[in-house]
Design a protein around this ligand. Structure first.
Ligand code: FAD
Ligand code: NA7
Length: 544
């Protein structure tokens, strides 16, 4: 093996999804030398990997893109209110080509480990290609949802048919006329089931916790709507940053209890007719995820709809969620009505758990053997910290990030981690719980400003590192916990919390205080370096 040492005086960005592309664009504007690496063979991140049937974003299309790309909305407009995987991938490729970013990108390259070198104040990164890369700054945009989760079910290897995970879907995979079993019914499972039910010979949905889904209201974008977005673009984007969730839906200040009881049902009905899961959760009342009574009402409302849509009472019963409406909200283009097809069935795994995967299919605890040609795992991701788990990041003290995060991921603002200087996370733990493209942009812009400031200090003093204090991280994480305790989101458990840590209370993975307030903390960091060790770092270094 040949060992390459690439000495790059500036920045290593990993990798090339929404976050990596924008970070590269911004840092090149600062005149820095930047290298982006991704283990994929091309750009796109989430939208490179997730090519399963029905894959799409369920954020309104005009906010599932870069907010700074105003011209792009006119010249590269969306066809529908939600964007499908191929359109999103096409858009990201378009941005990369338009700004000539490819020469700075290297694919088929995985970051394996990285070590902080205190003497030279650089990161030394080891890549899967055998190269070593040395950089002053390192930005990671590994993605919140990029490490697939495979359930540990006995007998998986014995299955004679085809096994696939939605996030590693091969485009030539055929489902037509096959007997398909699908495990998982989150956002992804709902999309797949809705898309393929009419094509397959039979489909069995294996559901551990049935979830609430509302209509997406997806439809082609009409010229008047597009004109409204184009004409009001600046205001829309400005208001987005002043909103809480940044999903482009109205966010009322009216609490549930302030409305006469007879009007509440009408609010839910209107939201149902309009469509969009985020609108249903955040666009009717200000406190659906805080007031148990409001949340109960939403649950009853959706359950009634399920019972009305699904004709077979037994299937309808199995599809009824038992938990509160507090997971990441789902929406669909006709999910429940797929269960009216004779070829589509549901197994409730709480009643009859999977015992094993067998050569011919799946056996459940009632002894039934479901014969299948194909099993689809729509079982989600090791979210947020998942992509860091395989990596060895050694900080200033020699401790690894994995060790630091052994009781759950922690960071300051979802961006900075004490003991890991000049490492900038995009959407790390305890970042803002919002529509992600905007959350990503906020991080990219913050990192760009901090790196620029550090370069200025370096030009004057010869040294500069950016590092959060342990105290500010602790305070930030505590605040995130308090905000989560004040909401209903902790129950039932979902990927919003890290519930895989044994013997510990799950750690909230997000800041729930809303984008508007989050931005005030970001501004304080940029203006006053709130929570940072002194930029020059000389004091600390001299004590060591
Ligand atoms: P990603 O796009 O996840 O990119 C991460 C990249 O990291 C991947 O390309 C991977 O190859 C690479 N990588 C990981 N580890 C390494 C390594 N060690 N070395 C090199 N490369 C590495 N968000 C919304 O806001 N609204 C939605 O409607 C929405 N829908 C979604 C639907 C699906 C099916 C999924 C999976 C996610 C959805 N998301 C949605 C979340 C989505 O992940 C983000 O919106 C956004 O695409 C994340 O971009 P990113 O650049 O941060 O990370
Ligand atoms: P999610 O939302 O994490 O959903 C995963 C689904 O898989 C969910 O229904 C899980 O059931 C199910 N699951 C996971 N492990 C198992 C096992 N062992 N047995 C049975 N069922 C299992 O992932 P998605 O891909 O749908 O969505 C992730 C995000 O991507 C989403 O929020 C969007 O932003 C896009 P459970 O509920 O845990 O019982």
């Amino acid at each position: 093996n040949i060992l390459y040492i690439l000495y790059c005086t500036y920045v290593l960005v990993v990798p090339a999804g929404f976050g990596g592309i924008y970070q590269l664009y911004k840092l090149l504007q600062l005149g820095l030398s930047v290298k982006v690496i991704d283990k994929a063979t091309d750009v796109g991140g989430t939208w490179y990997w997730n090519r399963y049937p029905g894959a799409m974003s369920d954020t309104e299309s005009f906010v599932y893109r870069y907010s700074w790309d105003k011209e792009g909305l006119r010249t590269y407009p969306w066809s529908h209110h939600y964007v499908r995987q191929s359109e999103i991938l096409g858009y990201l490729e378009h941005v990369v080509d338009k700004h000539n970013l490819r020469p700075h990108m290297q694919f088929n390259t995985e970051l394996l480990s990285a070590q902080w070198d205190s003497t030279n104040e650089t990161w030394r990164a080891t890549l899967s290609t055998g190269e070593t890369f040395i950089a002053r700054y390192r930005v990671t945009a590994l993605g919140l949802l990029s490490t697939a989760k495979f359930p540990d079910i006995p007998g998986v290897k014995s299955f004679k048919g085809q096994l696939c995970h939605t996030s590693a879907w091969q485009p030539d995979t055929q489902v037509a006329n096959k007997r398909v079993g699908i495990i998982g019914n989150g956002s992804t499972g709902v999309q797949v089931i809705t898309e393929i039910s009419s094509q397959v010979k039979s489909l069995v949905s294996f559901q551990r916790h049935p979830q609430y889904s509302v209509p997406s209201g997806n439809r082609p974008v009409q010229p008047e709507y597009r004109q409204w977005v184009n004409e009001n673009y600046n205001d829309i984007m400005e208001n987005l940053r002043k909103s809480s969730t940044c999903f482009g839906v109205e966010e009322p200040t009216t609490p549930y209890s302030s409305l006469p009881s007879e009007e509440r049902e009408e609010v839910f009905e209107k939201l149902w007719q309009q469509g969009n899961g985020f609108r249903f959760m955040f666009g009717g009342f200000s406190d659906l995820t805080k007031d148990p009574e409001a949340n109960d009402h939403a649950c009853r409302f959706i359950k009634n709809k399920i019972a009305q849509i699904v004709k077979d009472p037994e299937k309808a019963r199995r599809l009824l969620p038992q938990d509160s409406y507090t997971r990441r909200p789902l929406c669909d283009g006709g999910y429940y009505k797929q269960f009216n097809r004779e070829n589509v069935d549901i197994v409730n795994l709480q009643e009859t758990p999977i015992e094993a995967i067998i050569p011919t299919g799946i056996r459940t605890s009632d002894g039934k053997e479901h014969e299948l040609d194909m099993i689809i795992f729509a079982t989600g991701f090791d979210a947020v910290e998942g992509s860091f788990d395989r990596l060895q990041f050694h900080g200033r003290s020699g401790q690894t990030l994995k060790e630091r995060w052994s009781k759950g991921g922690k960071s300051y603002l979802g961006c900075l981690v004490p003991d890991l200087p000049n490492l900038f996370l995009i959407t790390g733990p305890q970042g803002s719980f919002t529509n992600l493209p905007l959350a990503i942009e906020v991080h990219v812009e913050l990192h760009s400003k901090l790196i620029k400031q550090a370069e200025n200090v370096r030009a004057r003093t010869g040294r500069a590192t950016i590092e959060a204090t342990a105290q500010v991280e602790q305070e930030w994480v505590s605040m995130c916990k308090d905000l989560a305790d004040d909401s209903l989101l902790a129950n039932p458990k979902s990927w919003l919390f890290n519930d895989t840590i044994k013997d510990e209370k799950p750690i909230i993975r997000f800041y729930l205080g809303g984008m508007k307030t989050y931005l005030t903390y970001v501004q304080k960091l940029v203006d006053e370096h709130a929570g940072l060790l002194p930029l020059g770092h000389q004091q600390l270094e001299s004590k060591l």
